[in-house]
Unconditional design. Sequence first.
Length: 390
Amino acid sequence: MRTQVGIIGGGPSGLLLSQLLHVRGIDTVVLERHTRDYVLGRIRAGVLEHGFAKLMREAQVGERMDREGQVHDGFAIAHDGVRERVDLKGLTGGNSVIVYGQTELTRDLYEGRDRLGGVVVHEAEDVAPHGLEGDRPYLSYRKDGKDERVDCDYVVGCDGFHGVSRKSIPKERIREHERVYPFGWLGVLTRTPPVSHELIYATHDRGFALCSLRSPMLSRYYIQVPLSDAVDQWSDEAFFSELKRRLPEDVGAAMVTGPSIEKSIAPLRSYVVEPMRYGRMFLAGDAAHIVPPTGARGLNSAASDVYYLYHALLDHYERGDDRDIDAYSAKALARVWKGQRFSWWMTTLLHRFPDASAFDRQLQKTDLAYLFSSRHALASLAENYVGLPF
Ligand code: PHB
């Protein structure tokens, strides 16, 4: 097979890039290790920046998102028994976020790919990039026991943190930055009406908690837990009773609980690899960077990589201009680091760190008090949350 851009990974980043390029007449092949159902079974956050929503529309896959996604003009931070609202719209001069599950978004992207006749190969085994330092890169893989090959101009690694793309880069050509947090998030999905139509991030002496949602009948709740905890230690009853203890009383009292339909623990990590390019391969999304989920930056940081790469590839194919190809890593990383800073800050502000000194705790309390005493501080939070410009 021959294509222009060979994409490793059929998650949201790979599919969105493929769809955007296809609309502009640039040919891509997407290789995905898993089945479509497996990809659609992954439950991830669903808070989309307005810039991300714009990209979905440009890719001609924004219709259902605009119809079924919920526009959120604000969210709350609960602390010390009270709930304070962050007025995203008012603080940013009119911007908001859209709550739309990653599962739904991925489904729309697959439908878009099908509609345009895009090539997405599922269950592609042992995918590997080759010839990245030359000008004829190619991808090899196995499908139904047969060896296959895709020749291309460029390779894009959208295959997540554990994918083969980043691992194919010689260690001496990259620099890795990492912070691992000493706790995880225990998340529960229930078929119940959400306790609040806006998200509530809560900080409490017992730890962080989050009330989120997927739809008017689907709630997503999280609590901070020690890394040593296992999912099966947490019954639904224990989960909800701990969650309620960390929320203001009126919120806990109003909460409708129900059996969990999904329950999992995710560790929290910040990670960035530099540069995001190796020869003719570019990295995008989780393949290059991970954030803790606290600021809802994960999917959005991936979308900004896709934005820069899409425009760089358009310039290359439509105008023969490679300046943005050469600038991709630096441009993408500048925004990636802003997302890193923001999610590190929100994580640090709202969680209980087991090894925190009295000094650390006092700074944390002061950070929170300052936030709600200054419109400038709140505006800074809001502009990061709705997404900084690309
Ligand atoms: C979620 O709904 O899963 C979610 C929302 C906001 C976050 C993290 C996760 O910051």
